[in-house]
Design a protein around this ligand. Sequence first.
Ligand code: UDP
Length: 336
Amino acid sequence: MKILITGGAGFIGSHLAEALIGRGDEVCVLDNLSTGSLDNLNHLQPELGFEFICDSIFNERLMGRLIERSQVVVHLAAAVGVKLIVQQPVNTILTNVRGTEILLNLAANSKQKVLLASSSEVYGKNSKIPFTEDSDLVLGNTTKSRWSYACSKALDEFLALAYHKDYGLPVVIMRFFNTVGPRQTGAYGMVLPTFVSQALSGKPITVYGDGQQSRTFTYVQDVVQAIMGLIDTEAAVGQVFNVGGIGEITILELAQRVKRLTNSDSPIIKLSYDEAYQEGFEDMRRRVPDISKLNKLMGFKPRVNINTMIQLVAEYYLTHMRYYGKKQAAGISLSV
Ligand code: UDP
C-alpha cells in the first residue's frame, strides 16, 4: 500500500513510517521540518519504498500530486505542544485549520482514506472521567490561547466528518492521549522528555501547579499499532477513536518516578502556571481515556506501562542526546 504521512519527520510520524516500511508498505513523508527532524528519518532513507519530501502542507499543487498517488493519508502535520501553542497562537490555528482544510479538499477529489490526528485536548475541562468518544468538549475562553489548539483540532474533526457526510470521503479521527517515547522532544513543553532530561542532567525537575493534575500516558509503539490497525480496518471509517493508555498518574508522582528510575539527585521543584506559561493559564485536572471502542473494533490493548516508558525515554536520551556528552552518560545508571 502507498501511504502519505504528513508531519512524518516528527515523533509519532517517524515511528509510524518505520513500522509501515517494516511491513512492506511504500511510505512518502511530507514535512517542513519546523518541529520534526531529519535525524528521526535518516535510518529510513536507504530503505526501498521510502521517500522524504521537505515541503509545506500549504503547497497545494504538491499536496494534490502526493495525495493522488497514495491510497491512504495519515495527517499528523500540526502545531503541537502547549508551550508552542501559547507562544505562537497564529501559527497553531493556521497550521491546524488551513492545513487540514487543504488536505481534506484535495483528498475528496479521489477519495483516499484520511486518518486525522486529533487530541485528548479537545475534551478540555470536562470533569466526567473517563472520556468516551461521545463525551462533551468543555473548552475555556478565547482570551486564553491554550484553548486555540483544542478548538483548532475540534474544527478539524468537524470538517473531516463533514467531508465524510457530504462527499463520502473515508475519514478516521484519532484522539491521542499524551503519547510518549524516544524521539519526543521537550522543547515544546511535553512533560516526560522534559522531566527525563532534567533528571539526567541534574537540573531541578519542574512540576507546574500543585502536581496533583493527572494524565494517562501512551507509549508511541502502542499508538503506532493503533494507527496501523485503523489504516487496515474498513469499519473504522467515519468514526472517532480515543487512542490512549491505561494507568492514570499525577504529575508529581511522575516526577518522583523519573527521579527514582534515573537515580537522579535533581530536586523536584514546583512552579506556578503563571511562571511556567503565562498569566491566567488554565490546565486540565484529569485526563483519562475510555479505550473500549478501539478495543472492541480491533482488540487494541496498550502494552507498555509507565515505568517502562520512563526507562525507554531515559535510555534514548542517554544514547542519543549529544549534549550530555559521553562521560556524563557513562556515569548514569538506570534502575529497573
Ligand atoms: N508539566 C509540568 N512540568 C513541565 C511540563 C509540563 O508539570 O516541565 C505539566 C503540565 O502543566 C501538564 C502536564 O505536565 O499538567 C502534561 O503536560 P504536557 O505539556 O506534556 O501535555 P498536556 O497534557 O498538557 O497537553
